[in-house]
Design a protein around this ligand. Structure first.
Ligand code: NCD
Ligand code: ZN
Ligand code: ZN
Length: 348
């Protein structure tokens, strides 16, 4: 008989569920169904919607859509280009963190770094600032934090270069944390070539040496975040950046566990305990996930995500989520989401 592993509800602080505005890619129902199917009972959604979440009324509108549609718990990050600082106090009441883009990515909401200082002063210290940085912006990102005691989280840290900068900053006492995505742990630039447009994301995939460095420095990486970034196949053909991940993150981590690269304790720490701590998210003893250890092959056609493809299609993984209980209620069982839209809580 195959064994069953019980985990606390996993938390993914970095997803793009595209609702409102781009519900051809994903929406708050399909995105949270995908979350449950992947063992995530809380997700935090990014602000780079078609109309970005940089005004309080947009945040409130998105929360209302979530109240009606979500089947998992969900929180929202706010955004800024430096021109909405007067809204921060109000916006922070309804958001988990503030996301700033220091490089070009989907939506094109790149911040002029001249605004960073004023943003850091105005955003409440108890709510984390999240940064999209890459090799060319990590130095200025860290320099901007010197002497401030401002907690900042570096998203989707992709490479040895960026991780070494973060290790240095931590050693200096700067309160910086970082997350890594499944694609930066499991794919390289060689895979990107094979995957073509489906291997394109920000930051781009790096070398095997980078990937090996990340695995050998897992203790320096605070959390695993999926950066679930669905786009339709046609949009990928037209050059969109990003890959879906919610349903494949945990199965891939179980594969890494079977290969001795990560322990179950580390998976729980980086996908539950630390994200809850760093982003001040509620956890609940009556929420848990059951994984059945029985090998299967990832098939894009079986996924809840609307985008209909996965860079991990065809990968064999050793286990699969078979049951999810959210606040005492069964919400996912034997491959099916059984929760009704509106079951999840909007957090923060
Ligand atoms: C993300 C998206 O599509 O929203 N794309 C990506 O390649 N990671 C944006 C982001 O996280 O940079
Ligand atoms: Zn990003
Ligand atoms: Zn992202």
């Amino acid at each position: 008989m195959s064994s069953v592993i019980r985990l606390p509800g996993l938390i993914d602080v970095h997803v793009h569920l595209r609702d409102p505005g781009q519900t051809d890619k994903e929406d708050l129902l399909t995105g949270t169904q995908a979350a449950l199917a992947g063992g995530f009972t809380t997700v935090c959604d990014m602000p780079n919607n078609l109309n970005p979440i940089m005004q309080v009324d947009r945040l409130i509108e998105k929360r209302a859509i979530a109240e009606a549609k979500t089947v998992a718990d969900i929180g929202f990050h706010y955004g800024s280009l430096g021109d909405n600082i007067d809204t921060f106090t109000e916006a922070a009441k309804y958001s988990v963190g503030l996301k700033l883009y220091l490089n070009h990515t989907t939506g094109g909401y790149t911040l002029d770094v001249a605004h960073l200082k004023r943003i850091y002063e105005a955003w409440p210290r108890e709510k984390v600032v999240l940064l999209h940085t890459e090799e060319d912006t990590i130095d200025l990102a860290i320099a901007s934090l010197e002497g401030l005691n401002r907690p900042v989280h570096v998203c989707h840290m992709p490479s040895r270069y960026v991780l070494e900068k973060i290790i240095e900053a931590k050693a200096k006492g700067i309160p910086v944390t970082c997350g890594v995505t499944p694609h930066h742990l499991f794919l390289t630039a060689v895979d990107a070539k094979k995957l073509g447009v489906y291997g394109q994301m920000k930051p781009p995939l790096k070398s095997q040496e980078d990937v090996d460095f990340l695995w050998s420095h897992l203790d320096d990486i605070d959390i695993i975040e999926s950066d679930h970034a669905p786009h339709t196949k046609q949009q990928k053909e037209e050059g969109a950046f990003g890959v879906p991940n919610l349903e494949t993150t945990l199965p891939l981590l179980l594969k890494a566990r079977a290969e001795g690269k990560i322990s179950l304790e580390q998976i729980i720490d980086k996908c539950h305990t630390k994200p809850a701590q760093l982003f001040n998210l509620p956890t609940d003893d009556s929420t848990h996930v059951e994984v059945t250890m029985k090998p299967y092959v990832i098939n894009s056609n079986d996924l809840y995500t609307k985008c209909g493809w996965s860079p991990f299609d065809g990968w064999e993984v050793p286990g699969q989520v078979t049951k999810v209980v959210l606040h005492g209620k069964i919400v996912y069982k034997d491959g099916q989401v059984v929760a009704q839209p509106g079951t999840g809580d909007v957090v923060a």
